[in-house]
Design a protein around this ligand. Structure first.
Ligand code: PMP
Length: 357
């Protein structure tokens, strides 16, 4: 490649810049953030941040926020690590536990950043196609002898919940660390924090980007055995959570839980309504436990493009195993879902002549 720097690390030739093709549109349903907006006390806190919070450095490792998050998830602060988004937790944890060249195994399809983080850290990514019932193929994953085994529940993009017995077996039999990404756990009401309190090789990864509506502030956290999260914290480094993020996150956890819980309940209700509306149209959305619906749609990429011309974006996936082309649609207030459905009817009719299957 002609623009390659002579001093560049060779492995970075293969690392792409992340591009989810998120050009601005009127109604963006591609990133599964909170479309109801900001929790109210969090918003007031953000507007009223005292100047000294910004002129001085933030806390080293966000000790106060770890206390509040521990209370929220039912753990203790010594089992918490925070980061600049859960992306940062995943990246730091790969750096902490992956020797150069060691295997990061993930079920596929899953979170698109995992192979990129693996490459960024000089690790070897291995993807294993999920089974027809949207569960990880654990035998095949374990056969790769992964230093890091990545699981996601509810999974992005399918919305499937990981079976508890599969997780427990993974933790028992994996030769290294198991990462369980629970970015969307609030919408499923299911979490494995209790398991992370009992074993020493499970790192749960959570975020305030989705249910808490704080994606732009970049607040993620990990939960695991004290020695495990301490190594993630070393790899993460000091000052990673900015001062505004810490104050706003604290305000949300201390004062906005009724708001957060109400929006989560609405998201779950609208998710089921959206799935039913798609079924009425002859589609068969996958069972989802997150704040998005993944629905097989023929020629999803073309349908996605047609949607964009109507000012609406949903995330298309081409050729997902077992289900083919799909669209993943973030769930929000019902007026937005109605707007999506109207645009979807038009886009699907233009591309597929109104055919559902
Ligand atoms: N994990 C999963 C499964 C996700 O879908 C996302 C966001 N798309 C993330 C982690 C990262 O979220 P954040 O860095 O905003 O916490």
């Amino acid at each position: 490649m002609s623009d390659r720097l002579a001093f560049a690390r060779a492995l970075y030739d293969a690392v792409p810049l992340y591009d989810p093709k998120r050009t601005p549109v009127d109604l963006d349903l591609t990133d599964n953030t909170n479309l109801w907006g900001l929790p109210p006390v969090a918003e007031r806190t953000l507007r009223e941040i005292p100047v000294h919070r910004i002129t001085r450095y933030p806390s080293l490792y966000a000790a106060e926020l770890k206390e509040a998050l521990a209370g929220f998830v039912g753990a203790t602060a010594d089992r918490l690590v925070t980061g600049c988004g859960s992306d940062d937790i995943l990246d730091s944890a790969m750096r902490a536990f992956g020797e150069p060249g060691s295997v990061v195994a993930s079920s596929e399809p899953s979170f698109a950043m995992i192979p990129i983080f693996a490459q960024m850290n000089g690790l070897q990514y291995v993807g294993i196609t999920e089974t027809a019932d949207h569960q990880p193929d654990l035998d095949a994953l374990l056969a790769t002898k992964p230093r890091i085994l990545y699981l996601c529940s509810p999974n992005n993009p399918t919305g499937a919940l990981l079976r508890r017995e599969t997780l427990e077996r993974a933790v028992r039999e994996a030769p290294g660390v198991v990462f369980l990404d629970e970015a969307y756990a609030e919408f499923s009401g299911v979490s494995a924090v209790d398991l992370a309190m009992r074993v020493d090789n499970l790192l749960i990864v959570r975020t305030m980007s989705k249910a808490f509506g704080l994606a732009g502030l970049r607040i993620g956290y990990g939960i695991g055995a004290p020695a495990l999260v301490r190594d993630v914290e070393k790899s993460r480094g000091p000052y990673k959570l900015n001062a505004m993020a810490e104050q706003v996150a604290l305000a949300a956890l201390h004062h906005d839980m009724p708001w957060v819980n109400a929006q989560v309940a609405l998201a779950v209700e609208n998710r089921e309504r959206l799935a039913a509306a798609l079924r009425d149209r002859g589609f068969t959305p996958l069972a989802t436990h997150a704040n998005y619906v993944c629905v097989p749609v023929p020629n999803a990429v073309a349908v996605g493009q047609a949607l964009r011309t109507l000012g609406v974006a949903a995330r298309p996936f081409a050729h997902l195993p077992h289900v083919g082309d799909t669209l993943r649609i973030s769930v929000g207030p019902w007026v937005l879902m109605e707007r999506f459905l109207a645009a979807f009817d038009e886009a699907a009719a233009t591309v597929n002549g109104g055919e559902a299957t």
